[in-house]
Write a protein that binds this ligand. Structure first.
Ligand code: ADP
Ligand code: MG
Length: 441
């Protein structure tokens, strides 16, 4: 078993959360809407209708390309990918083939031991989604609400050699989509879909295997890993038996925990791509790309690095906190609040992570105070606390005035003063109460 090496490439589709469809005006926000209520003549493929390009979608696609270190093409073009299926009213999908919007990018994945693998990205292109078929009781129902929702496809080179690299890469992509705000990238809802292409070769060989098995319609990271693992084993066993593998599309049966044949090479489509004559080519000006580049938000990887260097927290903690933009912002706000009263970023990071703080319910200030409270070897004698409080009030006239003039926030720095003088050995709630009593008397 060990003399084989898996070779895997990943295709990722992500639906953009634009207001309107890729080539017309009906709503792209179709989730849980009444079937066929988000449609118009263009995405129903009615005769006489003409498409026009959704500029926001193009911008979002470029943002994804830039985040993945791609070149943005000077000239790109839409092509028709022809095939017949009931969920495709025009008889073709508008996609990109020879002239994608973004190409030649990369993204790095890192394993537990810190080994970094660079995954090359062949292209990031813009296309449209299809309608949705529902098979019930011998009937098939068609809902065109999803028809022509903007879809971006990200195609990697076959640079993965195990399933965990694929999972890490896919999760990183999901995080990037969310940071960019271009998609919810929810796997269960189908906002984000994965197709893994899997083959195996003898270790030491450098040429690509002359076949690949495409695993389609997998709607969770876990199923994808399971399907890839299963495939690697199945293929090695087949090769060991002297069988010859050919190109196939397979699905994942979660009940049986195995892949099953959906389509073999003989049935592969000839899509007869050609440029869509109804749409202009896109000429992208350098200045447009530059301005998009300068408006890019800080992305997860950069944020992790900054959290480590600015706050001195561990890499593991930084990665957890950067998991979502909201959590990362929450952490930074808490660090800001903790400065005044000498609560360290490391303590804050540990607290938020270990206690699984609910950031929608607990205020950053509460976290800081909780931490300060727990640190104390607690001086309980109020007389003693009052003495320190009086000193601090004398020494900080400005904060006292501020407080009396309505800037109640000034109490934070006074609390900080008491904490410093006592080496943090007092209960912060007691300090706050004593301070308030004195300030308001
Ligand atoms: P298609 O439209 O036929 O799916 P794409 O070019 O969109 O073709 O995607 C091909 C995918 O298959 C890419 O992710 C590529 O890296 C991957 N791939 C190509 N050859 C192999 C191979 N021998 N083993 C595994 N993956 C491969
Ligand atoms: Mg493909």
């Amino acid at each position: 078993m060990n003399q084989y090496e898996p070779v895997i490439g990943l295709e990722v589709h992500v639906e953009l959360n634009t207001k309107s469809k890729m080539f017309s005006g009906s709503s792209a926000d179709y989730f849980s809407k009444e079937p066929n209520s988000c449609t118009d003549p263009t995405n129903l493929g009615l005769p006489g209708s003409l498409p026009y390009i959704n500029e926001q979608a193009i911008e979002d696609c470029m943002k994804i390309g830039l985040a993945l270190n791609c070149q943005i093409a000077d000239v790109s073009r839409f092509e028709r990918k022809n095939y017949f299926y009931p969920d495709l009213p025009k008889g073709y999908q508008i996609s990109q083939y020879r002239w994608p919007l973004c190409k030649n990018g990369w993204l790095e994945v890192e394993d537990k031991d810190g080994n970094v693998t660079k995954i090359r990205i062949n292209r990031v292109h813009q296309e449209e989604d299809t309608g949705k078929l529902t098979h019930t009781d011998g009937q098939t129902l068609i809902d065109f609400n999803r028809s022509s929702v903007p879809l971006v496809e990200i195609v990697s080179e076959p640079d993965f050699h195990d399933s965990s690299q694929v999972r890490d890469y896919a999760k990183k992509l999901q995080q990037i989509f969310r940071y960019l705000g271009v998609s919810n990238a929810d796997m269960e809802r189908g906002d984000m879909r994965l197709e893994a292409n899997v083959s195996v070769r003898k270790i030491g060989e450098t040429e690509l295997p002359n076949y690949r098995i495409e695993l389609k319609n997998i709607n969770s990271f876990r199923f994808m890993v399971a399907a890839i693992e299963y495939e690697i084993k199945r293929q090695i066993e087949a090769l060991e038996k002297g069988e010859k593998l050919t190109q196939e599309t397979r699905g994942w049966n979660e009940n049986k925990k195995e892949t099953f044949l959906q389509r073999s090479k003989e049935e592969a489509h000839d899509y007869r791509y050609f440029p869509d004559p109804d749409l202009p080519e896109i000429r992208m000006e350098e200045s447009r790309v530059k301005s998009l580049e300068s408006g890019m938000p800080e992305l997860p990887e950069a944020k992790v690095k900054r959290f480590i260097s600015d706050y001195g927290i561990s890499k593991a903690n930084a990665q957890i906190l950067v998991d979502s933009k909201e959590l990362a912002n929450y952490f930074e706000k808490t660090v800001e609040d903790g400065k005044d009263i000498g609560v360290s970023p490391t303590d804050i990071a540990n607290y938020i992570i270990n206690r699984k703080v609910n950031i929608d319910e607990v205020k950053p200030k509460q976290v800081v105070e909780e931490i300060a409270n727990r640190k104390v070897g607690v001086v309980e004698d109020e007389g003693e606390i009052e003495k320190v409080v009086d000193e601090v009030l004398m020494e900080n006239e400005k904060s006292v005035d501020d407080y009396k003039n309505g800037k109640t926030n000034a109490i934070q720095s006074l609390i900080g003063g008491v904490m410093r003088k006592t080496g943090g050995k007092v209960n912060i709630e007691t300090v706050r109460r004593v301070l308030q009593e004195k300030l308001e008397s």
